[in-house]
Design a protein around this ligand. Structure first.
Ligand code: AHG
Ligand code: MN
Ligand code: MN
Ligand code: MN
Length: 346
């Protein structure tokens, strides 16, 4: 009798999630939330792919709480994410780059997970069809924190409850991931047991497992910074940046790669090694990137891959947000590269 295993076993995200649930790594509610997020990402991928045809490039004509001119797809992606999460029935509160305040989800009837997300990252690239992405993180409800605040009765409004629920350090994340809308549509996910990469097969609309337990190289001579801000940087950072241009003992300087989408620059860094940085500068005292739904989820992923996420002095995952859209400086990527910039900044 042939004992050959069927060599054609393709693992889809759906089957991978069910395996994690059967193994007790995630519970039923988390499985449903993650499936609904992957559905949102597939819908956004389809919208992004045909944006110029369906008149979905360009601006919405509104400004978000960050003071950014919202693209049409910023707003639509936010609605797609919110609708998928609400209809999952397992989400209690959502916080988004495109929502002023966290939103309590009435329809949730179990699980009550907290989901934070950047529905369209790198959205300035949309009109030129350069890679963009979506970023998400999932927390358990922050009940103990809510309970002791309620004890001394300072928590009156639903909105305050939501803010407390959402403002957790990245070290509390149960799951984090992103979807990159690029030459392939790539879904990257960790539930705390390593980093898994799935590629969308448009033939049947499923994410197929293409890499497991990704490990970021310990070092890499690729740096992704917006050097247009060089004049505004601290002197120590300028010295770091200048040092990357000297041909080291290998005789070759670093290469610069920067596409203006954190998801795209991060994914290349995860696979090839190197560093992505968005430092503070004289104009932006805390840098540009948002802790809750950009820096923390990416730092959870990079640590799961053996890399490092820092604000230049401390671990991103140790920072507890005090407000939803709080910005922090970010240095993320290969351990040796992040430690190198931390040394210059000490
Ligand atoms: P978003 O489009 O979600 O607002 O994020 C954009 C971020 C990040 O994706 C990217 O790396 C960075 O902004 C680019 O900023 P600069 O254009 O200032 O370099
Ligand atoms: Mn934005
Ligand atoms: Mn973003
Ligand atoms: Mn965004």
């Amino acid at each position: 009798t042939s004992s050959a295993k069927s060599s054609y076993e393709l693992v889809t995200l759906t089957t991978w999630l069910l395996k994690q649930e059967q193994a007790g790594v995630i519970d039923n509610e988390m499985t449903i939330v993650l499936a609904s997020i992957s559905t949102a990402c597939k819908q956004i991928a389809a919208l992004v792919l045909r944006a110029p045809i369906s008149n979905l490039t360009g601006v919405q004509g509104a400004v978000n709480v960050q003071g950014e001119d919202q693209k049409k797809l910023d707003v639509i992606s936010n609605e797609v994410f919110s609708n998928c999460l609400k209809s999952s029935g397992r989400t209690g509160v959502i916080a988004s780059e495109e929502e002023d305040v966290p939103v309590a989800v009435e329809q949730s009837y179990s699980g009550n997970y907290i989901v934070v997300f950047d529905p369209l990252d790198g959205s300035s690239n949309i009109d030129a069809a350069v890679s963009t992405g979506s970023i998400f993180g999932i927390y358990a409800p922050n009940d103990e924190c809510l309970a002791d605040i309620e004890d001394n009765g300072t928590l009156d409004s639903v909105e305050q409850r939501c803010v407390v629920s959402v403002c957790q350090p990245g070290s509390n994340l149960l799951a984090a991931g992103y979807c990159m809308y690029s030459s392939s549509v790539i879904f990257v996910l960790t539930v705390g047991t390593g980093v898994y990469v799935f590629t969308l097969d448009p033939m049947y609309g499923e994410f197929v497992l293409t890499q497991e337990k990704v490990q970021i190289p310990k070092a890499g001579k690729i740096y992704a910074f917006n050097e247009g801000n060089y004049a505004l940087w601290d002197d120590k950072l300028k010295q770091y940046m200048d040092s990357l241009k000297e041909p080291g003992d290998s005789g070759k300087p670093y290469s610069a790669r920067y596409i203006g989408s954190l998801v795209g620059d991060f994914h290349r860094t995860l696979l090839y090694g190197g560093i992505y940085g968005y430092p503070r500068d004289k104009k932006s005292k805390n840098g540009k990137l948002r802790l809750l739904y950009e820096c923390a989820p990416m730092s959870f992923i990079v640590e799961q891959a053996g890399g490092k996420g820092s604000d230049g002095h401390q671990r991103i995952l140790d920072i507890t947000p005090t407000e939803i859209h709080q910005r922090v400086p970010l240095y993320i990527g290969s351990v040796e590269e992040v430690e190198k910039v931390e040394k210059f900044l000490a």
